[in-house]
Design a protein around this ligand. Structure first.
Ligand SMILES: Cc1cc2nc3c(=O)[nH]c(=O)nc-3n(C[C@H](O)[C@H](O)[C@H](O)COP(=O)(O)OP(=O)(O)OC[C@H]3O[C@@H](n4cnc5c(N)ncnc54)[C@H](O)[C@@H]3O)c2cc1C
Length: 380
């Protein structure tokens, strides 16, 4: 990890210069807090600062999207209204005829991973060279990445497109690729030719008149019932219930939400299957209770109603598809006299309020808290 800052931008075969932790972190098989603690327990702050910054980017993006949920809603609506063109399909499948970009596209489909710098290049190629809609590229990533995260993904794509930081667009250049991509990868792909001049595209204009919303207005600190009168929902955004604020509860039942993936044989679906089984097993052992698998929120609510439990507690999903899905069923739960209660980890509660503006203001505020030990951060 020391030395990470100097090497992280290089795209090398096998990606040994980066951690590959993002699938585990994005599903909270391990938490950012655990990663930060582990890094600081082995190294002084200044030697791992760049790595810590990267780990904290996720929380920054999440905090930002929590305050600007209409950005997510607009992205969702744009995806729904759009019919894929054959050009989108060709580029997404790695058949654009542009060797290195095609190699990255195929790596994503085959492994569910793409290096950060390759994601930047590929997204820029998609938007500014092939002039394809940014949100369809983002949706493609979201479908295939093992670490698919609504905030990191949508906002990174917006940044490349020039929407996230108005006036700043990320444009890939052949020179930059030659500097950071391993020569053997370039050679195997037949060169770095991006197939034509770029064209800065501003994909769609947006209404920026909304005010940021208040954070966590619906998150509880305590349970509105006896600890033994509840069920808990286990979902893909937090697969480690035994280390979070629900760890001391004694649920009658755990319902695990396992929506079906479109392609059950994809690397993402296979990865999720293993991760979900592991999360269920750990929850069963920790809470000493039954874990029932459900494919929909309706089905989950049905199980809770049958168990005659009045409270369904869960880790609050962040703005994204899971949050949309659960909120859409609030009324179904209410009709069954089930109260849904949301919890957040202290880490998220402490960090999200700092994510109002740009990352570097966020880092400036969070860095002293990390330096003075996590206790001060988590008690703030
Ligand atoms: C267009 C685009 C789309 C992206 N989509 C996603 C996504 O859906 N999910 C996702 O987790 N990341 C996304 N990222 C961010 C980043 O590419 C990945 O987090 C990173 O490549 C994961 O690999 P790693 O674990 O080896 O990272 P490392 O370099 O080892 O970094 C350590 C950890 O820091 C965090 N991290 C690193 N870089 C970023 C970043 N730029 N933003 C947020 N967190 C970061 C991750 O948790 C990562 O595991 C996207 C970036 C771009 C440019």
């Amino acid at each position: 990890m020391p030395g990470y800052g100097a090497v992280r931008n290089y795209v090398l075969p096998g990606h040994s210069n980066v951690s590959r932790l993002s699938p585990a972190i994005s599903h909270r098989l391990i938490t950012e807090e655990e990663v930060v603690r582990a890094a600081l327990s082995c190294h002084p702050f200044h030697r791992v600062e760049k790595f810590l910054q990267e780990v904290l980017w996720r929380g920054f993006w999440k905090g930002w999207l929590e305050r600007h949920p209409w950005v997510w809603q607009q992205y969702r609506a744009a995806c729904q209204d759009y019919e894929d063109s054959s050009e989108c399909v060709l580029v997404a499948q790695g058949r654009s005829g542009t060797g290195l970009m095609d190699a990255f596209a195929r790596e994503l489909l085959k492994t569910g991973y793409m290096h950060n710098h390759a994601r930047m290049w590929w997204a820029s190629f998609w938007i500014h060279y092939r002039r394809l809609p940014w949100h369809i590229g983002a949706r493609h990533f979201f479908t295939h990445l093992l670490d698919a995260d609504p905030a990191s993904n949508t906002l990174s794509w917006r940044w490349v497109a020039g929407l996230q930081t108005p006036g700043k667009t990320y444009l890939v250049t052949e020179q930059n690729i030659k500097k950071y991509c391993a020569p053997e990868l370039i050679e195997a792909a037949g060169g770095v030719d991006l197939g034509g001049p770029p064209d800065f595209v501003r994909p769609f204009s947006e209404d920026l008149s909304h005010l940021p919303r208040e954070l966590h207005e619906y998150v509880a600190n305590d349970l509105p019932c006896d600890r033994e009168e509840l069920a808990v929902l286990l979902h893909d955004e937090d697969m480690c219930l035994e280390t979070g604020p629900l760890s001391a509860t004694k649920p009658v039942l755990i319902v695990q939400l396992n929506p079906r993936e479109e392609n059950a044989a994809s690397p993402r679906a296979l990865w999720l299957k293993t991760a979900r089984a592991d999360a269920a097993e750990r929850s069963r052992t920790h809470f000493q209770t039954n874990v029932v698998s459900c494919v929909s929120v309706d089905e989950a609510i049905g199980h809770v109603a049958n168990a005659e439990v009045g409270v369904l507690a869960m880790m609050a999903p962040f703005v994204g598809p899971l949050d949309d899905m659960i909120r859409a069923h609030q009324q179904v739960a209410a009709n069954s006299n089930i109260r849904v209660v949301y919890f957040r980890r202290q880490w998220d509660k402490a960090l999200a309020p700092h994510a109002g503006r740009g990352f570097f203001q966020y880092w400036k505020r969070v860095q002293p808290l990390l330096k003075s030990g996590l206790a001060s951060l988590l008690n703030s």
